[in-house]
Design a protein around this ligand. Structure first.
Ligand code: FES
Length: 163
């Protein structure tokens, strides 16, 4: 959803930052992941127009860039809440109660369903595959904060920490 003509991300200081990155990678195309991060930092998510811009700047095809964007759950292909919550629901965590944590998060945040944004714009919750903390179920990521041993009882306190 766009409110007007697309405004490029990579102009001015952002363009300079990206060009500085070029020198740190073997090829311009290898800057794809950090370039996408820059887009997401600037806009909150990565639109098809932004994909086209990144493809143009890095001399890749939009299809290739879109393939990368949609492969990683860390990139958002639609607007999300201010806080992005990722919950591991892979089998080892699921056996230990991850689904109950998900339900509690959906209720406490007001999101109601996975992938939806809460009416106050604060949260979006999704399920993800193994977060690499299988010994500490249930692990969740809230933005860049990695939280282990999350139980339904702890969810309310966690949600209250984020404005
Ligand atoms: S299965 Fe949940 S962190 Fe590995």
């Amino acid at each position: 959803m766009s409110a007007g003509p697309y405004v490029p991300v990579f102009s001015g200081p952002a363009r300079t930052r990206l060009e500085q990155l070029f020198g740190k990678y073997p090829t311009k195309q290898a800057c794809l992941l950090p370039a996408l991060w820059m887009v997401q930092e600037a806009r909150g998510w990565i639109s098809d127009q932004a994909i086209a811009e990144v493809a143009d700047v890095l001399e890749l095809t939009p299809a290739y860039v879109k393939g990368v964007v949609t492969f990683y759950t860390m990139y958002h292909t639609h607007p999300v809440g201010r806080h992005f919550v990722q919950v591991c629901t892979t089998s080892p965590c699921n056996i230990c109660g991850a689904e109950a944590v998900v339900q509690s998060l959906l209720e406490e945040t007001g999101c109601g369903e996975l992938g939806a944004t809460s009416p106050d714009g604060r949260f979006t919750v999704i399920e993800v595959e193994c977060l690499g903390a299988c010994g500490f179920p249930t692990p969740i990521l809230v933005d860049d904060d990695f939280l282990e041993d999350v139980t339904p009882e702890k969810v309310k306190g966690i949600v209250q920490r984020y404005d």
